[in-house]
Design a binder for this molecule. Structure first.
Ligand code: FAD
Ligand code: UDP
Length: 392
């Protein structure tokens, strides 16, 4: 793209690609995507392990799921999905349990069979020490939902490893995502649609950018070229919001993960895609075995790749993965939102730009809304590009 683009998108993750695709395809705009990594796709990027050919999700396992019809219709324009359904198992004190909390786990843990009503009554009694409506943090919320014995076995140690923050200082919202079921349903997600992209994530992400009006400029940090575009062209920025403002209000805290991959000379290492390790004294949080994500594929026999996942606070040079979202973070974020509102011709979006944990379908849904509510009215009807700040 030699001439000036109509729109600059910073970051080629699902948020940036969705905005770029809509603006190029529907409005015929010339879109320049700036991406500081050597590849497009953000954290959903995947590639084949060189030794085994097994598709590896380079920044951690990514499972697609949604109940949003609009998002499901949209993503199916770029890829079809397998019928993979995610299930997770967990090890605690030498025993393997079927997660999430369900009747199988309750029966194994308490060493006795329960009918659904018996299990419900047991957990209600164990959870009665705290009223869910009054729970103000993760620990209280979890105990109010599942009782102290299950909390201490399956949540306390895992959460301490994953967040390295006292569970009483973590937001109760984190645990809302963990269902408790009084039946044997052990699907991890409750959504209507679920699956993995048939040809892999990178094929899907590449197809979204495959348009003559879209240029993806890799290994280009926006901050090195910002003067060329700031104030001259509308910008959709999906990098970290604090970084955009030079961390003027202080850095927002993030958690990162370390992923250690190794090839094992066996067909099957653990019999499932994800095994959580709930004991606090096991240093990793979980092991992923990627071949199990695609049972429909024929991979090399006699080898498998496993990935140990470790969690820790992100330092300056680490990838920011999960917003920690302490009270101090929320205060800083409010200040950044004010700054973002005042920033001319820049819209902030995506997981890093909003400092919100967004699943892929949420990032895509939020990008479709930004397109419909802000970008299309501006480009198609001449409406002022009121930034509105960070997309809330
Ligand atoms: P990202 O994918 O992070 O993309 C942002 C891009 O901006 C990056 O490529 C970055 O390099 C680029 N960038 C940043 N700053 C600059 C700059 N200054 N100049 C140029 N480029 C810049 N979602 C699910 O639905 N299911 C899952 O199972 C799931 N698992 C996850 C596991 C992990 C470990 C993580 C971290 C996330 C997971 N997600 C999952 C969430 C999913 O990754 C996000 O929803 C999705 O990546 C959001 O897309 P995004 O475009 O907002 O951000
Ligand atoms: N969690 C837990 N035990 C588990 C699984 C999850 O305590 O076996 C808690 C933990 O606090 C975690 C949260 O539930 O941060 C969300 O878990 P999930 O596996 O969805 O996290 P992600 O895949 O996003 O890392």
């Amino acid at each position: 793209m030699s001439d000036t683009p109509d729109l600059v998108v910073v970051g080629s993750g699902f948020f940036g690609l969705t905005v770029a695709e809509r603006c190029a395809n529907e409005l015929g705009l010339k879109v320049l995507i700036l991406e500081r990594r050597h590849h497009l796709g953000g954290n959903a990027y995947s590639e084949a392990d060189p030794e085994t050919g097994i598709e590896m999700h380079v920044y951690g396992a990514h499972l697609f799921h949604t109940s949003n019809e609009k998002v499901w219709e949209y993503v199916n324009r770029f890829t079809s999905f397998t019928n993979y359904q995610h299930r997770v198992f967990g090890q605690y004190a030498g025993q393997v349990y079927s997660l999430p909390m369900n009747l199988a786990l309750i029966n194994t843990f308490f060493g006795k069979s329960h009918t659904p009503d018996e299990a419900r009554a047991l957990i209600a009694e164990q959870a009665s020490e705290i009223d869910t409506a009054e729970a103000t943090n993760l620990e209280e919320k979890a105990i109010s939902l599942i009782g102290r014995p299950l909390y201490e076995a399956f949540i306390k140690g895992y959460t301490a490893k994953q967040w390295q923050t006292d569970p009483t200082k973590l937001s109760a919202d984190i645990i809302t995502r963990l269902p408790v079921r009084y039946n044997f349903d052990n699907r991890w997600f409750n959504d209507t649609y679920e699956g993995l992209p048939v040809d892999g994530y990178t094929a899907w992400l590449t197809k979204m950018a495959d348009h003559p009006n879209i240029e993806v400029r890799l290994e280009t940090d926006f901050f090195d070229v910002a003067d060329e575009f700031k104030g001259k062209v509308p910008i959709v920025y999906t990098g970290p919001v604090d970084e955009y403002f030079g961390n003027s209000e202080g850095r927002l805290s993030w958690r990162t993960v370390d992923l250690e991959a190794e090839v094992k000379e066996v067909d099957d290492f653990q019999g499932c895609a994800v095994m959580n390790y709930n004991d606090q004294d096991v240093p990793w949080t979980r092991i992923h075995e990627f071949k199990h994500f695609h049972p429909e594929r024929t991979y090399i026999s006699g080898k498998t790749v496993i990935v140990h996942e470790y969690s820790r606070f992100a330092e300056d040079d680490d990838e920011p993965y999960y917003p920690i979202n302490t009270a101090e973070d929320r205060e800083k974020l409010l200040k950044y939102r004010e700054l973002a509102k005042a920033e001319p011709m820049v819209l902030f979006g995506g997981r890093l730009g909003t400092y919100k944990y967004l699943d892929m379908h949420m990032a895509i849904g939020s990008a479709l809304s930004m397109y419909e509510n802000k970008l299309k009215p501006h480009f198609a009807d001449g409406a002022a590009l009121t930034s509105g700040g960070v997309d809330e």
